[in-house]
Design a protein around this ligand. Structure first.
Ligand code: 13P
Length: 251
């Protein structure tokens, strides 16, 4: 059985004081949480303060991006090793905003995935189609290419450490959540691709999160789908009551 994972992607929100206050509110509520994995992914500058606030608690820490090299002349970039030193266990890679606004490619995502795995970080690899691609019936083709190229050269053993997030771009920050049928169809496709590519054990083991306008009132129905193993939450992860509501929906 795959354990549910609820991850909050704070994007470019919450400074150290605001981030600390949010996780303190979450920890006040954590006593009533079901048995799930909970991860928050603050901006880089907020990571150390949040790491201190969540130390020894059920909340784990992730980053939103990283560079694939260990060190060097890469102005404004942050390495996997640096993320580990501030207490990160997870890292989101290939988010659609990185792809669309910052020119990240599948090849670049692939370099980062391999580096994260070598460094001992758990990558959450994001895939998903745009509205145009969906309307042109290209969803499966697009997601398949992102998976194939983004995970190229990753071994079966390494795949044990990988989480995939399906985030339809048209559902991100729009309030337009995918229907259970739309999300379920893509999650089932991803599971079958994992089976073909890495075998049955990996297909059964790898968690596939859904992301895109997840809220407390739609989370339970999404999480009830057998191939939806958790949520990657943007906007609703910035409010303790909403994120707490999503975690509780995993009951
Ligand atoms: P929203 O939950 O705000 O739609 O964002 C989803 C997302 O991009 C998480 O990575």
């Amino acid at each position: 059985m795959r354990r549910i994972l609820i991850a909050g992607n704070w994007k470019m929100n919450l400074d150290p004081a605001e981030g600390t206050s949010l996780v303190e509110d979450l920890l006040d509520a954590a006593g009533g949480w079901p048995d799930v994995d909970v991860v928050v992914c603050p901006p880089f500058v907020t990571l150390p303060a949040v790491a201190e606030a969540v130390a020894g608690s059920p909340i784990e820490l992730g980053a939103q991006n990283m560079h694939h090299e260990d060190a060097g002349a890469y102005t404004a970039e942050v390495s996997a090793g640096m993320l580990l030193t501030v207490g990160c266990k997870w890292v989101i890679l290939g988010h659609s905003e990185r792809r669309q606004l910052f020119g990240e490619t599948d090849t670049g995502v692939n370099r980062k995935v391999k580096k994260a795995l070598h460094a001992g970080l758990l990558p959450i690899v994001c895939v998903g189609e745009t509205l145009d691609e969906r309307e042109a019936s290209r969803t499966v083709e697009v997601v398949k290419k992102q998976l194939r190229d983004g995970l190229a050269g990753v071994t079966v053993e390494e795949m044990n450490e990988v989480t995939i997030a399906y985030e339809p771009v048209w559902a991100i920050g729009t309030g337009k959540v995918a229907t259970i049928e739309q999300a379920g169809e893509v999650h089932e496709f991803i599971r079958s691709w994992l089976n073909e590519t890495f075998g049955h054990h990996i297909a059964e083991r790898v968690r596939i999160l859904y992301g895109g306008s997840v809220k407390p009132d739609n989370a339970a129905a999404l999480l009830a789908h057998p191939d939806i193993d958790g949520a990657l939450v943007g906007g609703a992860s910035l409010k303790a009551d909403l994120f707490d509501g999503i975690i509780r929906a995993a009951e």
